[in-house]
Design a protein around this ligand. Sequence first.
Ligand code: PGA
Length: 255
Amino acid sequence: MKDLIIAANWKMNKTVTESISFVTELDIRLKQWELNPKLDKIEVLIFPPFLSIYPVKGKSELISIGSQNIYFEESGAFTGEISTEMVREYTEYALIGHSERREIFGETDSDINKKIRAALSSNLTPLLCVGETLEEREAGNTFKKIEDQLKEDLNGFSEDEIEKIVFAYEPVWAIGTGRTASPEQAQEVHSFITEEINKISGKEKKRMILYGGSVKPENCKELLAKKDINGALIGGASLKVESFFAIIEKSLELV
Ligand code: PGA
């Protein structure tokens, strides 16, 4: 695993043409650093919409691709869904449990648990998102909420399996709001997430945990400098090559 993962979650944005031109342009910029050994320490990852996965795959050797969603069944009568077998030829990661999937599409922790199982069975790295709402934070329930999510989402997995999962702390109140968790707030939760995962898996070790929620070029460095923050999951600021590249550029200063 690399030292840092800088991931773009495009959500329901970008046509195929727009996706191709983004990746082509980002590749040109990243190539300036191809000889910089530090680039080896950063994984640049994009979660495009489904339709763009195939067209962008292979457009850059410096960019990994992930699926924004997967279904847990292998195949069959599940109109509108996509299986791990379908995406795995073109992707290395699957985003699972994003708060928009939980809140807008009613995904439960039990669904998320099955999706992690399906991803691991197909050798896709799950990127599991957890996080509290504003009401939960204000009521002092941040840690309880995250503990519950992790317990249910990771129920039944062995340490060997948990070791393959990448995590993201995404406070729901910071997503798309321009309101970022302070580096101290984020670090506090990242450290808690590490402890909880270690409790569940029975093994003390460092975990790969990204922060997501209004990450921008202006605030990424302070967040990424924190001990337990190993990358960023970026929505809004990942839609323009300029700002996404600026975040990668700043993170390069930290590895
Ligand atoms: P944002 O989204 O950067 O626009 O807040 C982050 C996410 O939802 O992953």
